[in-house]
Ligand binder design. Structure first.
Ligand SMILES: N[C@@H]1[C@@H](O)[C@H](O)[C@@H](COP(=O)(O)O)O[C@@H]1O
Length: 319
């Protein structure tokens, strides 16, 4: 019988189908600042890249960084719209960043999966995305829901077909079971909008399976980190269609040094085809990376319902 975490991952497509046509606020033409913590920050990275690719200036920053030093990220804040992502809507740094932005006269939009949460109350505009109540500490369906809403906000249309393909890609990830081994060094590589996705793949497998994982831009990996590659390495590459030939060379390079490769949208020991849907491909691939985290955890006999040292919300105590 699948674990609850796996069941929630598999059922996420029903929640996504419900959210696919949800009305969203108009965010105008301002510079966008996407903020979040943990998974929500990595979604921010994907969305900022997607916005820039669509001709819309945007940055992503961890909420805590934005509170402390916004001008280290954006010199001129005039007219910016700050978009805070938070499943719980209660993460202290993200809520405070939203309050600070609003007090400073910036536009604010909160995206959350918790109705009546602080972030939704703090922002001028809000998007509430009902999520699966069975979702545990590790964020899965909510991450996909916030990514879906963010992509749609940027004018990307996500279709029912995209969700079907996402389900197929997740199913295909099952075939990676033969590549998973104890004590593996896990690496996730992705370019452009897929860099945030690589970060999220690495975070997921760390949270779920207590495995050491790293994420890099594909061609950056050869500039030092490749020294760690050996027979115990499993490298997952989310191929960007416009740089896939170069990324395939990285795959060959790490394979020659003993690593096995999972290629999402490109060559590897296991290749999982992904259609070229621009940044929407990040949403198509996300559930598969979540499933991979669960598969690695199961191999280590870990229960992902109770991940070590983690809680669903991290709040900084007062004083
Ligand atoms: N362990 C969780 C992470 O998994 C999550 O990504 C982060 C952001 O949570 P939220 O989106 O609710 O702000 O909080 C905690 O750190």
């Amino acid at each position: 019988m699948p674990s609850i975490t796996e069941q929630v991952m598999r059922d996420q497509f029903d929640y996504l189908a419900d959210a696919i046509a949800q009305p969203l606020p108009d965010i105008g033409g301002r510079t966008l600042v996407f903020l979040g913590c943990g998974t929500s920050y990595y979604l921010a990275q994907i969305l900022a890249a997607a916005a820039n690719l669509a001709g819309r200036p945007a940055i992503a920053a961890p909420s805590a960084e934005w509170i402390q030093r916004p001008t280290a990220y954006l010199a001129d804040l005039t007219g910016a719209m700050v978009i805070g992502l938070s499943r719980s809507g209660m993460t202290t740094e993200t809520v405070n960043a939203m309050r600070m932005a609003r007090a400073g006269g910036l536009g604010t939009l909160g995206i959350s999966c918790a109705a009546d949460s602080d972030i939704l109350g703090a922002a001028e505009h809000s998007i509430y995305l009902p999520t699966d109540p069975r979702e545990g500490i590790v964020m899965t369906v909510s991450a996909s829901l916030m990514l879906l809403a963010g992509l749609r906000l940027l004018g990307q249309s996500v279709t029912a077909k995209d969700l079907i393909v996402g389900k197929e890609v997740m199913q295909a990830m099952q075939d990676s079971a033969g590549l998973l081994k104890q004590g593996q060094h896990l690496v996730y590589l992705g370019a452009g909008p897929f860099f945030g996705l690589a970060n999220e793949g690495a975070l997921k497998v760390q949270e779920m399976s207590l495995s050491y994982a790293q994420a890099f831009h594909p061609l950056e990996y050869r500039h030092g980190p490749i020294s760690l590659i050996d027979e115990a390495s499993l490298v997952t590459i989310i191929y960007a269609p416009d740089s896939a030939p170069e990324e395939a060379l990285v795959a060959k390079d790490v394979q020659a040094k003993g690593a096995r490769v999972i290629g999402l949208g490109g060559p590897g020991d296991l290749t999982i085809p992904i259609p070229d849907r621009g940044p929407v491909s990040a949403l198509i691939a996300l559930p598969a990376l979540q499933l991979m985290g669960e598969m690695v955890a199961l191999r280590k006999n870990l229960n992902t319902e109770t991940p070590r040292h983690l809680s669903k919300v991290v709040m900084l105590s007062e004083g």
